[in-house]
Design a protein around this ligand. Structure first.
Ligand code: ATP
Length: 308
């Protein structure tokens, strides 16, 4: 069963199609990264599948249940793009209140634990009107987890929070996923998505442009492999032999005293490098392979779309 799946989901505002016939399947227990430029339609898509707005056409299932069914709300958690809080409630009162709306009650100790997990342990009794932007974001995440949901939608969970809190939120997300829950995460921070997510979808102009694991996307968009070898000093006659082998397989070679960097089209170059150094009895200390980052893939995708 998928954590959620959409079938030709579409949202139009007047003549504008903001979400355009989207078919998306999200595997249970995964951290799924949802990317796209500003205005791509990500929040609109999330607002539909979390029941905030209605689609113009198409359908979706959440945890096997028809998305329009009220039962769904109790099984999901949502950090929307903009959270609103009751100014005069403290952090802990706020969580208790939202728990009640969803039909769950918690002990004081459980609520404190949840606030501590989002680094709000010191602000439990502070009214939310005194919370900073980052603190409100953390309270929004705690609120999204209040009903121990099986599927959590997090729209930009770390934007506007400090570096320490980012690490805390990342480990919280990982531990929630490790307990078998599914996280659907929107972020403009490509490093964050690359570190956390098992699978990624990229939306553009309301359509899913690309979907897959990091490994699949890398394979598809990898235009070259850069291999940097740290080795013992190479005597000049052996360098000539190596140069002969490498020039047949590499586009570019840079020789340094204890490093050689080779650029090639495919990673099949790597075992050839290994064997060549071994054959000549030259000690190799380290081999580093540069893979394209999600940022490069993202840029590549935008460039290839423009040129298409
Ligand atoms: N209620 C609305 N009425 C008309 N147009 C809307 C409405 N809500 C969103 N849009 C338009 O739909 C498009 C997609 O917006 P959306 O907020 O879903 O994008 P996004 O990918 O979440 O962007 P961002 O990364 O900036 O948050 C935008 O052009 C936006 O102006």
């Amino acid at each position: 069963m998928y954590a959620f799946e959409t079938n030709q989901l579409t949202k139009t505002y007047g003549y504008r199609t903001v979400v355009n016939h989207v078919d998306l399947k999200v595997t249970q227990g995964h951290i799924f990264g949802f990317l796209g430029k500003n205005g791509a339609g990500k929040s609109t898509f999330i607002n539909i599948v979390t029941g905030i707005i209605k689609p113009t056409s198409g359908s979706f299932k959440i945890l096997g249940i028809e998305g329009t069914d009220d039962k769904v709300k109790k099984k999901i958690g949502v950090l929307p793009d903009y959270s609103t809080f009751y100014d005069d409630l403290t952090g802990i009162e706020h969580l208790r209140y939202f728990g009640k709306i969803l039909g769950v009650s918690h002990s004081q100790a459980d609520l404190i634990k949840l606030l501590e997990a989002t680094e709000l342990g010191d602000a439990i009794k502070t009214k939310t009107k005194k919370y900073s932007f980052g603190m409100k974001k953390k309270l929004g995440i705690a609120q999204a987890l209040i009903n121990n949901p099986d599927l959590v939608f997090l729209d930009e969970p770390t934007s506007g929070v400090d570096a320490n809190a980012v690490l805390t939120i990342h480990s919280l997300i990982k531990s929630v996923a490790a307990s078998g829950k599914t996280i659907f995460l929107t972020s403009h921070n490509l490093d964050e998505v690359e570190k956390l997510c098992d699978e990624i979808a990229i939306m553009d102009k309301g359509m899913i442009q690309e979907q897959g694991s990091m490994a699949q996307l890398r394979k598809k968009y990898q235009s070259q492999v850069t291999v940097k070898v740290k080795h013992h000093k190479i005597p000049s006659e052996q360098k000539t032999v190596l140069n002969e082998i490498f020039s047949k397989i590499a586009r570019d070679i840079v020789w340094e005293t204890e490093y050689t960097t080779l650029v090639a089209d495919e990673e099949s170059i790597i075992p050839i490098i290994h064997r060549a150094f071994a054959r000549l009895n030259i000690d190799v200390y380290r081999i580093e392979v540069d893979e394209p980052s999600l940022e490069e893939i993202f840029l590549n995708l935008n460039t290839s779309n423009k040129s298409a």
